[in-house]
Design a protein around this ligand. Structure first.
Ligand code: LLP
Length: 426
């Protein structure tokens, strides 16, 4: 459930009419709803709590990559969320948003020496090690810094899943994690060397997962490995189960609800006596954000094809171009106009800059406002300035108030970041 709804024919984010917001902030703009963020977090939290002791103490570490806006992170952090991070930049963002280091997980296939040293000095809760060479580097750096970090080995369980091949991570041929047998020997090696403290196992098999079966299989692999490691007298006290649960982007799409997911996890973890970590990204933020845009004009071809040209483009919301992703498009003012088919496009000079083909929409005209739903995850976070379009501003709504939490840079600010090489300056 989200808090974007029509009141008297006008689309609102909570108590704020999007028409008024667009007048003040301009378009395109990302708009996030605090009430929706809070609700998604609470629903997930309660679903986990309902499993009682089976999940041990559980941490919800929000996957910062999904939405790294400081106000979004601060909103979730205040509710008790930790952060799953994959770069020094993300760790710094989580800290800046007030998320304490002991709730920060550091994941990622290619952490540099400098990033590992930074994570150690910051005192993050856990580093998820994704390969043998990474373990060696981390051991060397940990010894040099004089800190013995808690680590988990990220397992590649050979079970991939997800809404698109480009976001499937757990398959045997994917670059992520360590295959089972190798993970067991890395765990033993790390324990024997004593420079890091192996506390558990991690996995993340993909994103926008709509079927619990592959997740259940992957968690079964982790449970078996836990038993095998313990049989070799290793301590395993944490299982990090990643993120990946899908969201209903479109009507008719019915991902498992958090309670069903949690019940499956409760069963998979039963009797293991471990603490759990969850790394949801999309689940918490996707439907808590919209991308607000304005129609520049409607270009009608002689054959009748109608291009709805928006002031938002693929650089602002990449998901349709990159993954053929579907995002519902809502008119901001619902006047009950007749419907027709449109190709919804942006101004960027690529055919890939197409949000939707043959989309049934109420009749729209130049100047009308529209909103892409499901844009809170992997929207602003993946935006670029391609075609020298300044980054889209981000706005956080809370009840009747809103704040521009990332302003639109002006052109001067965009150009000031660069210099002309001295030999070209005169
Ligand atoms: N944990 C790890 C280690 C991850 O790599 C990811 C996402 C997550 C957690 C969060 O997954 P989620 O709960 O959001 O599914 N840009 C793509 C999605 C890429 C996901 C990458 N990893 C998209 O727009 O669909």
């Amino acid at each position: 459930m989200d808090h974007f709804r029509y009141i008297d024919g006008a689309l609102h984010a909570e108590g704020v009419p999007l028409v008024a917001l667009a007048d003040e902030v301009g378009t395109p703009a990302y708009v996030y709803s605090t009430a929706t963020l809070s609700r998604h977090y609470q629903v997930f939290r309660e679903a986990l709590q309902a499993q009682g002791p089976a999940l041990g103490r559980s941490l919800i570490a929000f996957a910062v990559k999904a939405n790294s806006n400081l106000s979004v992170l601060a909103t979730l952090g205040r509710l008790g969320a930790g952060a799953d991070t994959v770069s020094e930049g993300e760790i710094r963002r989580a800290l800046a948003a007030g998320i304490p280091a002991d709730r920060i997980i550091f994941s990622g296939v290619g952490k540099t020496d400098a990033e590992l040293a930074f994570a150690l000095e910051t005192g993050v809760r856990q580093i998820n090690v994704e390969s043998g060479p990474e373990l060696e580097r981390l051991e060397r750096i940990a010894e040099a810094v004089g800190i013995r970090p808690d680590i988990a080995i990220r397992v590649n369980p050979g079970v991939g899943a997800g809404g698109h091949a480009k976001i499937t991570t757990g398959g045997g041929g994917d670059k992520f994690g360590v295959p089972v047998e190798e993970a067991l020997s890395l765990y033993a090696r790390a324990a024997a060397n004593g420079r890091v403290r192996p506390v558990g196992l991690a996995c993340h098999i993909g994103s926008q997962i709509l079927d619990l079966a592959p997740l259940r299989d992957a968690f079964g692999v982790l449970a078996d490995m836990t038993r095998r490691l313990r049989a070799d007298v290793h301590s395993v006290r944490v299982l990090d189960l990643g993120g990946g649960l899908g969201v209903p982007y479109e009507p008719g799409l019915t991902p498992p609800d958090p309670a069903t997911y949690a019940a499956m996890v409760g069963k998979a973890m039963a009797g293991l006596d471990v603490d759990t970590v969850f790394e949801p990204g999309r689940l918490l933020v996707a439907n808590a954000g919209v991308l607000l845009a304005r129609v520049i004009h409607v270009n009608v071809r002689p054959d009748g094809r109608r291009f709805l040209v928006l002031d938002a483009a693929m650089n602002d919301l990449m998901r349709p171009a990159l993954y053929d992703a579907f995002h519902p498009l809502l008119p901001v003012t619902d006047e009950g106009r007749a419907e027709g088919l449109y190709d919804v496009v942006g101004p960027v000079c690529e055919t890939g800059d197409t949000f939707a083909r043959d989309r049934l929409l109420p009749e729209l005209r130049a100047g009308d406002l529209v909103a892409f739903k499901g844009a809170g995850a992997y929207g602003a976070a993946m935006a670029s300035e391609y075609n020298s379009r300044p980054l889209v501003p981000e706005v956080l709504v809370d009840g009747d108030r809103f704040a521009v939490v990332r302003p639109r840079p002006d052109y001067a600010a965009m150009l000031e970041r660069e210099t002309v090489a001295p030999w070209l300056a005169d």
